[in-house]
Design a protein around this ligand. Structure first.
Ligand SMILES: [Zn+2]
Length: 382
């Protein structure tokens, strides 16, 4: 099957041109105009590949772009996923526009992850071109991944869209061409607010109920839920409370940054945190717990291991590369797939480095390597 690789080598200039177009439009997660422009460029490309397009939750950041292709067989679809937003503010693309230096492409969001989207699209194009697509295929692109879908419905929409998928490939970048990500920790941001009763501390302190004292009692107990051997970490990251030295404080709050490896751990941890908040040292105080943000962990399930083993075989044959499974400490949308029963691999996109910095780069050669790998892999999977 030299065809796919040869075809993609012939598409080198087109792949670079599309990457350039995408990188030169600023698309920070909250900038709707830029998000729409990038989505339009992607939609046009998807339509040229014969894909049916849907834009869900249009009109504000958090939009989800879905492109679908029917396969020869009526089976569960392959899911390709990614995000079109970057962390860079408007004006960055003008200040340091896309350029190619040797094998390196530079520009805001080139590695994280606009070149990855191009890889996905050209893998599809190669499959179309050589007419080897068996399963239906669905490409899902979100617009606020860098904000962890905070304050949008994107994560829920994605969970719904991936359900029933055969397997998923998340097009985030990789540090090395031999690395594929098979597991990632998940996270939560949790606010714990203690309500007490205010009173003048000089005149009638006995009438007050100190929210700060109550919270102070809870902090070491919360921190003690950390178990690094299990990949669980609870960080009491921010505290606030009280308004004056002479008032018994009626309110105190801690915001926790929590990390975990599995959905089971997440549920157990949350149950323990809620239980802790129900025990009170200062009588007549109450405590509320709010999960502000949740990022699913990407568990290395049996199915994920199998998917990786299959990709490893393909890579050996196509690129003569021995892939290694790595775990990312950061979270990504791949976790949404695995948590919703769709085995997924992450970091299958462009190879580069320097995400979220002005040193960011991605390798041109890896666009062809990875697009070939993905197209061959999708073709091989029954
Ligand atoms: Zn990313």
């Amino acid at each position: 099957m030299r065809n796919i690789q040869q075809y993609l080598v012939s598409q080198r200039a087109e792949m670079i041109a599309l990457t350039e177009k995408l990188v030169n439009i600023d698309s920070p997660s909250t900038h709707l105009a830029g998000i729409k422009q990038v989505a339009t460029v992607l939609s046009e490309k998807m339509q040229s590949l014969g894909m049916q397009i849907r834009q869900i939750d249009q009109g504000k950041p958090g939009m989800v772009l879905v492109g679908e292709l029917a396969g020869v067989k009526d089976q569960a679809p392959v899911i390709l996923s990614g995000h079109l937003d970057t962390v860079f503010p408007v004006g960055t693309a003008t200040a340091r526009p896309f350029k190619v230096v040797g094998d390196k492409m530079l520009g805001p969001g080139v590695y994280d992850m606009k070149a990855g989207l191009v890889i996905g699209l050209f893998a599809i194009q190669a499959l179309q071109r050589v007419s080897l697509l068996k399963r239906p295929l669905k490409m899902i692109i979100v617009s606020d991944e860098e904000k962890l879908h905070f304050d949008s419905r994107a994560a829920a929409i994605m969970a719904q869209e991936v359900t029933g998928g055969a397997y998923g490939l998340n097009l985030e970048g990789a540090a090395k061409c031999t690395q594929i990500s098979t597991h990632q920790r998940g996270g939560m941001i949790i606010d714990i607010t203690v309500h007490g009763k205010a009173a003048h501390s000089g005149i009638e302190p006995q009438k007050g109920r100190s929210a700060i004292l109550e919270l102070a009692d809870k902090l070491p107990k919360l921190a003690a839920l950390t178990d690094m051997t299990q990949g669980i970490h609870v960080n009491c990251g921010m505290i606030s409370g009280g308004i004056s030295e002479n008032i018994i404080p009626d309110r105190a709050k801690v915001s926790l940054g929590v990390r975990f490896k599995t959905e089971k751990q997440r549920k157990e941890l949350l149950a323990k945190i809620i239980q802790l908040t129900q025990e009170h040292l200062v009588l007549d105080t109450t405590t509320e717990v709010t999960v502000r943000t949740k990022i699913d962990s990407m568990e290395e399930t049996k199915q994920v291991k199998q998917l990786f083993a299959d990709l490893k075989q393909t890579a050996q044959r196509v690129n003569l590369l021995t892939l290694e499974a790595v775990g990312d400490s950061g979270a990504s949308d791949a976790g949404i797939m695995v948590t919703n029963g769709v085995p997924c691999l992450d970091g299958v996109g462009v190879v580069g480095d320097g995400a979220h910095t002005d040193q960011e780069f991605a390798k041109v050669s890896s666009m062809i390597e990875r697009a070939s790998l993905l197209a061959e892999f999708i073709m091989e999977q029954e």
